[in-house]
Design a protein around this ligand. Structure first.
Ligand code: ATP
Length: 366
């Protein structure tokens, strides 16, 4: 169930280790029931944020609120927050059932109640039939399911997941991404998930928070961070991107005119950067259109000239690297369809590159 009330708020958090300031005046608010992913390169402070929320670390400055109450000084076992780590950390001598029941046994819950709760979560993670096995008799994916069941059985308000899928192989990882998303929806528990894998972040989350060096660069839906990156860091970190620098020459009815690689182009955009402004045009590979040119043929107005340097067959798409006159390279990715049946560029082929008509290009100030 989604509520707009904040379940967790980090207010002006600063955290240093020795001389190194990892987080500086960080502010973050997460709504009840949200699936939020912290995405960023290694060392940017993602795990530190989880550890602060869990109560394994104390901030140097700032406060942490859970459902409006200050928990900054509350010990970790009183926080209604649980964590799933990359290493599953199951107890090897206990069965799956005992592993999941452990926390409830410690709370002195009755045997019947324990059975009801454990059975319910094992069913949710599709592990009921493995209840009597030991962790060593399970695959990596199954062990991770048990770790998740153990973490949610006490119905925490928030589940923190620190790269929980990174030890799994590609296929299993994809499958677990879908299962985790569905589980989160069913449970209604707030999930805060850490990953440095942008595809994983985009495919699972209600909201992605992109970080670099302890600073939030953008917070938005997967669609927003992919289609409207706030800056060049986000544009480069989330997916593949082509960045073309240019100067705004003059405004037109639909956008503005400029030169790219010496070719006159009109950029369609609702934004109106001032004439003379230096800007970056951001184009995803799938926004580019590549058309073959006959020998010595010039590209039509609005297209730029390039030469095919590499092509890669990707099943549903053809990816090509196009070298521009300046030596700059563009990555284009086009879907095969009926129309493009013949579509098979030759290496060294001259091409005209344009971008999908009507596409609102993304501009970022230089
Ligand atoms: P990764 O994806 O590699 O796990 P991360 O974004 O989760 O990276 P953190 O683990 O939060 O990054 O670490 C941020 C920085 O803080 C790193 O430079 C790390 O070396 C440092 N750091 C983390 N914990 C400690 C600690 N206990 N003592 C000293 N430095 C630490």
């Amino acid at each position: 169930m989604r509520h707009n009330t904040a379940i967790i708020e980090l207010k002006d958090i600063t955290k240093s280790f020795g001389e190194n300031t990892i987080l500086k005046n960080l502010n973050l608010s997460i709504s009840d029931g949200e699936f939020v992913t912290l995405l960023g390169p290694s060392g940017c402070g993602k795990t530190t944020i989880l550890r602060l929320i869990a109560g394994f670390e104390q901030p140097d400055e700032g406060s942490i609120l859970l459902a409006g109450s200050d928990i900054t000084d509350l010990p970790s076992n009183k926080r209604h927050v649980n964590t799933v780590f990359q290493s599953y950390a199951l107890f090897p001598h206990m069965t799956v059932f005992e592993n999941v029941a452990f926390g409830l046994t410690m709370d002195k819950m009755s045997k019947t109640e324990i059975r009801t709760h454990v059975d319910e979560v094992l069913r949710m993670v599709k592990m009921s039939e493995y209840a009597d096995r030991k962790p060593s008799q399970l695959s990596g994916g199954q062990q991770q399911r048990v770790a998740i069941a153990r973490a949610v059985v006490k119905k925490p308000r928030i589940l923190l997941l620190d790269e929980p899928l990174s030890a799994l192989d590609f296929k299993l990882r994809k499958q677990m991404q879908v299962e985790l998303k569905q589980l989160q929806r069913r449970l209604g528990i707030t999930f805060i998930f850490v990953t440095h894998d942008q595809e994983e972040a985009l495919s699972m989350s209600d909201r992605v928070i992109v970080m670099d060096e302890g600073v939030i660069q953008q917070s938005g839906t997967p669609k927003q961070v992919y289609e409207q990156p706030a800056n060049l860091f986000v544009a480069r970190f989330v997916g593949e991107i082509n960045i073309l620098g240019t100067v705004v020459e003059k405004h037109t009815d639909n956008g503005f005119a400029c030169k790219i690689e010496g070719f006159s182009c009109e950029i369609h955009t609702k934004k109106r950067p001032s004439e003379g402004a230096r800007i970056n045009i951001l184009l995803r590979p799938e926004d580019l259109r590549v058309e073959e040119l006959a020998k010595a043929e010039k590209p039509e107005a609005g297209s730029i000239f390039g030469r095919v340097e590499e092509t890669t067959y990707k099943g549903a798409t053809l990816e090509s690297i196009i070298a521009l006159p300046s030596g700059k390279k563009l990555l284009a990715s086009e879907f095969f369809d009926e129309e493009y049946e013949e579509f098979d560029y030759k290496l060294g082929q001259d091409v005209a590159v344009s971008w999908v008509d009507g596409w609102e290009v993304v501009l970022v100030d230089e």
